[in-house]
Design a protein around this ligand. Structure first.
Ligand SMILES: C[C@](O)(CO)[C@H](O)COP(=O)(O)OP(=O)(O)OC[C@H]1O[C@@H](n2ccc(N)nc2=O)[C@H](O)[C@@H]1O
Ligand SMILES: Nc1ncnc2c1ncn2[C@@H]1O[C@H](COP(=O)(O)OP(=O)(O)OP(=O)(O)O)[C@@H](O)[C@H]1O
Length: 282
């Protein structure tokens, strides 16, 4: 039996450069992990099968689960005939823009690498992860990184300046594919990825929050005005800046003061069911 943590990610920046011939979009994004985790438990089975267990009804328990796909890939690539039970203790909100499914898959890749002594490097695990989804490679490494290509080319960055992160997820689901399709690629606000990287390298908290940016935000906001309300509430309660993560709908606010993080949290609990106060990990 082996336990592995699967942390959520947030996008400090998300820029889309153009649509590629393979249908994916060329992106440039700075991502970092936060201390909101799913717990993944891996236990070997006598029968050669993959079982998924989760106490949450809306988490798929078959091949549709990205954690299942991760185990299936490892088993077939390395011809492993041992069965595995994957128990997912979910804390990351689902379909939230926090890469919950991708992080679960990455945790299964890391976990099975250890459990079955495969001796694979993180680079090799990330390459396998890319067959599952664009965010899985980043989730294999965690920490802070610049992701390019369709999201799978990872360049590690130093740790971000420490601060509190308030996450709020309105009760709507967002399809990543449909947000990519709705982007007007000729009229996107430019995102200053370089300035974000410089701020992180200099340990400059102010530079970091001033350069938050996500080209998907206005698209998702137009479809779901309640996200705008949450953003305004966070700013009014004292967040230094607020941004939507990934394709949404989760919004995060940043502050250095714990008392202010608590104030923001309390001000949101009234009209948003899922609110968390966490720290950056990377
Ligand atoms: C929005 C982000 O979460 C930001 O981190 C990611 O770009 C999305 O990553 P993901 O959910 O792992 O995405 P995938 O499962 O690979 O792709 C879902 C769908 O999003 C679209 N997609 C995804 C990534 C990308 N670079 N270009 C795309 O156009 C494709 O239509 C694809 O069918
Ligand atoms: N391990 C998993 N946990 C949660 N959802 C999963 C998992 N595997 C597959 N899914 C499916 O994937 C869908 C998206 O869930 P997920 O939580 O990964 O989205 P997300 O956080 O928006 O991802 P991203 O930020 O990478 O776009 C869910 O509706 C669910 O049906």
């Amino acid at each position: 039996m082996l336990l592995e943590k699967a942390p959520a990610k947030i996008n400090l920046t998300l820029d889309v450069l153009h649509k590629r011939d393979d249908g994916y979009h060329e992106v440039e994004m700075v991502m970092t992990t936060v201390d909101l985790y799913d717990q993944i438990q891996l236990s070997e089975l006598n029968k050669d099968t993959i079982q998924i267990y989760s106490e949450k009804r809306y988490v798929p328990d078959d091949y549709r689960n990205l954690a299942y796909q991760a185990a299936e890939l490892i088993k077939s690539k390395f011809n492993i005939q041992t069965g595995i039970k994957i128990s997912i203790f979910k804390q990351i909100p689902v379909a939230a823009g926090l890469a919950g499914g991708s992080s679960d898959a990455a945790a299964v890749l890391r976990g099975l690498n250890t459990l079955w002594n495969l001796g694979l490097s993180y680079d090799q695990l990330a390459e396998i992860g890319t067959e599952i989804g664009s965010d899985v490679a980043f989730c294999v490494y965690g920490g802070t990184a610049l992701a390019k290509g369709r999201g799978e080319q990872i360049e590690k960055l130093p740790s971000v300046p420490s601060c509190w992160v308030i996450l709020a997820k309105p009760t709507i689901g967002v399809s990543t594919k449909s947000i990519y399709e709705r982007l007007n690629l000729n009229r996107l606000n430019r995102i200053n990825t370089e300035a974000m990287i410089t701020a992180i390298k200099n340990g400059d908290y102010q530079g970091m929050y001033q350069n938050l940016g996500n080209v998907m935000e206005s698209v998702t906001l137009d479809m779901h005005p309640e996200i705008k309300q949450i953003k305004e509430q966070m700013i009014q309660s004292g967040a230094d800046n607020v941004l939507m993560s990934g394709s949404g709908p989760t919004v995060f606010g940043l502050t250095r003061k714990q008392t202010r993080a608590e104030r923001i949290y309390n001000s949101l609990r009234g009209f948003c069911e899922e609110v968390y106060v966490v720290r950056m990990l990377g």
